[in-house]
Ligand binder design. Sequence first.
Ligand SMILES: [Zn+2]
Length: 244
Amino acid sequence: MSATPPNPLALDILAVAAHRDDVEQTCGGTLLKMAQMGHRTGILDLTKGEMGTRGSAEDRAREALDAAKILCVSWRHALDVPDSRVENTWENRLKVARVIRETTPRVLILPYWKGRHPDHYTASILGYEACFLAGLKKLEIGAEPHRPFKIIYATLYYDIRPTFVVDITDQFEARFESLMAYKTQFSDQEAGSGIFPAHAEIRARVEAMARHYGMLAGVTYGEPFLQKEVGLVEDLTLIPVKSI
Ligand SMILES: [Zn+2]
C-alpha cells in the first residue's frame, strides 16, 4: 500500500458563490471565525464580475484578494463562468466538481436556492449537482472522487427563517472591512448611486441584518444558514439559544 501525499490544496470549508463580494456579504464572518478556530477555508467565485456597473474584472480580482486576506482565507479562485449568465450546464457542473475534488472540503457553503438574482439561485443548484458529480467514481475529470460531508446554505440574501445562526459578534468589524475592500463597488461615488448606496447607508444595512439574525440566536451579530437535514442532539442540557 502506498501512502497518498497530503494535498496542499485541501480545505476544511469551501464557500461557493456567483459573484466576488457575495461571500463577504453572506458568510464572511463565519469563514473568518472558522479560520480563527484553525480550519482551512476557501472561496470559489463562479464569475469574474465583468458585467458590474463599476470597475473592471481586474479591479474586482484585486479587491477579492484584499478581502480574502482580511477574512484569513487560505485559497480563493474565480472560474470563467460569464457574469449575469450563470447557467447550470454540464460544463459548469464539471468545473465546480473539479474544484471540489481538488480542494476536498468537508463542509460546502452554497447560496440559498431562491432569490432575486438568477445567478445566486442558479449557483445553488449548480453547486449541489456538482457535489453529486464530484463523488462519481467513473467520472474522469482528474483528482480522486470526493463529496463534502455537509452542505449548508447561506440565506442572507433571502427572507427565510434560518435553521441555525453563527455568532459573528467578534468577526463583524473585519467582515465589514472585507466588504469595503471592494472599493470600486462601495466607495462614495456619484455614478450608479441609486443601486450602490453610500458607505454610511451600507454600514447601517449590514449591521441591521447582522443584528437581526444575532437577535434570533441571543447574540449581538449573526449570520444565517439553512441545512436540509435535521439537527442531531446528544445532551438536551447543552442545546444553545434560550426559549423563554
Ligand atoms: Zn451576487
